[in-house]
Design a protein around this ligand. Structure first.
Ligand code: C5P
Length: 240
């Protein structure tokens, strides 16, 4: 099992390159994996990935690819060649999209002797409530059933795991097996606000539900003393 540092993924949801570097340096002794999402990637691109790697840390590239199979596969190859540890696609892009991306990345990594990134599928965003899924997205079955369905599809496509709410972690684990990664955003401590997240859980609860990795952003970076917050969270993770 991963040590504490490995279970926590810090979301670098900032839009200034220099500030991102400052955060990476400040938190490197607490975190092994930094998440680069749409906001930071849009301003700092591949350079920020290189900087994280230079410091011996890993990258979860959270760009949530959702396009036709050929485009997603090509994007997957491009990020695999940058050496990211993890990246993700939307499961709702369908089986062919996920499978082509996975197969092309696996084959290319073998051919080019690259470390193969873990490929995850986003199931239902943690900011989506059951009402929004039903009334706006138009999914008539329950949120749980939908997450289970999309997780099963990701497994069938050969992906390594899913990004999902910790509320669904136990169900995904029993449906998809022990080796299937469950990465959970929407993590909030008892002392932080939920912001725009709808399906939140504390770090301790999420790990008990079977999460492998916890993605945390605002509950750390939005605190008056983020270092103190991360120390407290790491203690909670160790206790779990
Ligand atoms: O600040 P907070 O901890 O809510 O940040 C959660 C991070 O996880 C954000 O970067 C968000 O884009 C990402 N994420 C999410 N829900 C998903 C997938 C990724 O909140 N299903």
């Amino acid at each position: 099992m991963a040590d504490n540092n490995n279970k926590l993924i810090l979301a670098l949801d900032v839009s200034e390159y220099d500030y991102a570097i400052e955060l990476i340096d400040k938190f490197s002794s607490y975190v092994d994996i930094f998440k680069v999402g749409l906001e930071l990637y849009s301003v700092a691109g591949t350079q920020i990935i290189k900087e994280i790697h230079k410091r011996g840390k890993k990258v979860f590239l959270d760009l949530k690819f959702h396009d036709i199979p050929n485009t997603v596969s090509k994007a997957g190859l491009a990020v695999a060649r940058q050496g990211v540890f993890m990246f993700n696609v939307h499961a709702s892009g369908g089986l062919d999209m996920m499978k082509k991306c996975r197969d092309d990345v696996v084959n290319t990594c073998l051919k080019e002797n690259l470390d193969r990134p873990r490929i995850l599928a986003v199931t239902v965003l943690t900011s989506i409530s059951k009402e929004v899924l039903r009334d706006e997205v138009g999914i008539s079955h329950s949120l749980n059933t939908h997450v289970k369905h999309l997780s099963g599809l990701a497994l069938k496509a050969g992906l390594d795991g899913v990004v999902a709410s910790a509320h669904e972690a136990a169900k995904i684990r029993s449906h998809c097996g022990r080796g299937f990664l469950v990465v959970t955003p929407g993590i909030r401590t008892s002392w932080t606000p939920v912001d725009d997240q709808m399906r939140t859980m504390t770090p301790k609860q999420a790990l008990r539900e079977g999460a492998d990795y916890l993605v945390m952003g605002r509950a750390i970076l939005g605190q008056p003393d983020p270092v103190k917050a991360i120390e407290k969270i790491n203690k909670e993770i160790a206790d779990a």
